[in-house]
Design a protein around this ligand. Sequence first.
Ligand code: GLA
Ligand code: ZN
Length: 667
Amino acid sequence: MGKKFFDYIIHGGDYNPDQWIRTPEIWDEDMRLMKLAHINSATIGIFSWATLEPEEGVYNFEWLDTILDKMHENGISAILATPSGARPAWLAEKYPEVLRVDENGIRNKFGERHNHCLTSPVYREKVRNINRKLAERYKNHPAVKMWHISNEYSGECHCELCRASFRDWLKEYYHNDIDELNFKWWNGFWSHTLNNFDQINPPCVRGESNTTGLYLAWKRFITDSHISFFENEIAPLREITPDIPVTTNFMRRYNGIDYQKFASHVDLVSWDNYPAWDKGRNQKEALEAAFLHDFFRSIKNGQPFFLMESTPSLVNWHGVNKLPKSGMHELASIQAIAHGADSVQYFQWRKGRGGDEKFHGAVVDHCGHENTRVFRNVTSLGKKLEKLTCTVGTETKSKVAVIYDWENGWAVSSFCGYNNIHRDYVEECIKWYAPFYKRGISVDIISMSDDFSKYDVVVAPFLYMLKDGTEERIEEYVRNGGNFVSTYLLGLVDSDDRCMLGGFPAGKLKEVFGIWCEETDSLPEDMPGKAEFGGKTYEINHICDIIHAKGAEILGEYKSDFYSGLPCVTKNIFGKGKAYYAAFRNDGDFADDFCKMLVCTNPIAPDANIAHDDGVFLRKRGENIFVMNFADNEKEIVLDKEYTNIITNEPACGKITLPVCGYVILK
Ligand code: GLA
Ligand code: ZN
């Protein structure tokens, strides 16, 4: 059993009663409608600073008192936000240093949100102050159950304060030794040798934008700045409300902050998921959502997480905002639960009358009543969630891990060479995750620094960077009996993006994999090469390593270009384990066929033996098995034994037809 913050599934979302302060009768209507929709929680005050503190030092908490009391009376728990995601106008006017500065040194004017300076002592103090006021006032309020810190931390600031802080950070990271930094960033190149730390500026187009060592350091610094900003925010909360857990909502596919590092600072991971459903690619969207759910589950040791935001209907920020069909929202929410979520929450409860998000989907539309399709869908889900209390706090045990390492992602996106056009690390990781998910085999998404020993198989797509110790840990894992799968461009650089010497893959990995990579070829889009594996021919898309077997068994060969006949897939027995190398990129079936071979030769059991077709995904969480149909047509599944359907509480066996968007949860 993992960590449990509630005994039931949280069903709620962003609630902005302060926008309706002129019409408090709406607040009562909100309470009635929330209960009707089986909503049991609301996240409140996310952008309320200007209402809470309309002038410096003048506070207005009465509206929040009223709302929290009403919520409590109606059995709705509050996730109380700190308001630092957007500041009041008076604060920006009086203390311009709180406003973010862009890379060209231009300071923002007041406006928008998520754009404060990360270093400004004034902003940090003002945030601490308002957070302290909130904590003191509501520490004993029975509705308040969790803190939602700020909103979607993101971006960077290039002001003088942040620059100075970056230089201090570099001094610490490089042991106050400019020679060490020069060597690690290879600054002899283009005469970039620095005399002192004060000469360093953050990466920018009008300054230095090609030194990848600088780029990586800046990314690490920005992550640390967000963490330190967060720690500053929560200091008064930890002091005054030590028993109320804190979370901050992470974003889908946002690469600006290392969430693998940030996760240890929150009590509970939460994230915002907005797939583009019903635009003709639901299975792809479902795969990506599954991968991201597993990622956010894995960054805190497999602990359950919160789905802090999702839309009950459409968003307003896609180019074309498609309405998902009824059933889609319920299926997507159930998928989150299957992967470890203990909540389904929305942006947002009620559509605002104005502002940029007035046409964003919400549970309650501008019509204001409950007789809408979306409201009915949300209500139907709310009732089902009440039957899934038994899933709360439960975990998933995976025997397979895919390495999706945040810092490697930064490194992969920034180096110049080989194929500079077609390079998408996340897509590669999802590609190697998909074959397991399709087979009902659960997967953890880990960093290269996580423990490999608990897995039967570790797959490392495009592991270009190796941090200190990674090489040795891969060696040890394979030696002790693990199956390690790597794809092209393995182990080229260290954590400062400096190439390894002595041939690729780095160091001992040549021995572990039994190969040597002599060259890497990049292929124009309209000139894919050919590779053969298991009697089937595959396209080489965009990139391939030209490798030589030095002890490895050859499982596949190139069939094109001057390297025709050289190995493209290898397997090496090393110690008690096996190291596989897939030297080329293929955007078709290769990863799937390779995994089929892998799970046959190294038996890995699916989560349950329930026969299902493509488009149907299966996941076990705790004792419950979720089978979900994301295909565009109905699908039949075949159960291997008798189960209980935990929503209907009826026995289930034999063949079951899942309609479009249908699912069953079995025990
Ligand atoms: C983000 C934000 C919300 C809202 C939604 C809209 O996730 O956190 O405040 O803007 O997007 O989709
Ligand atoms: Zn700044």
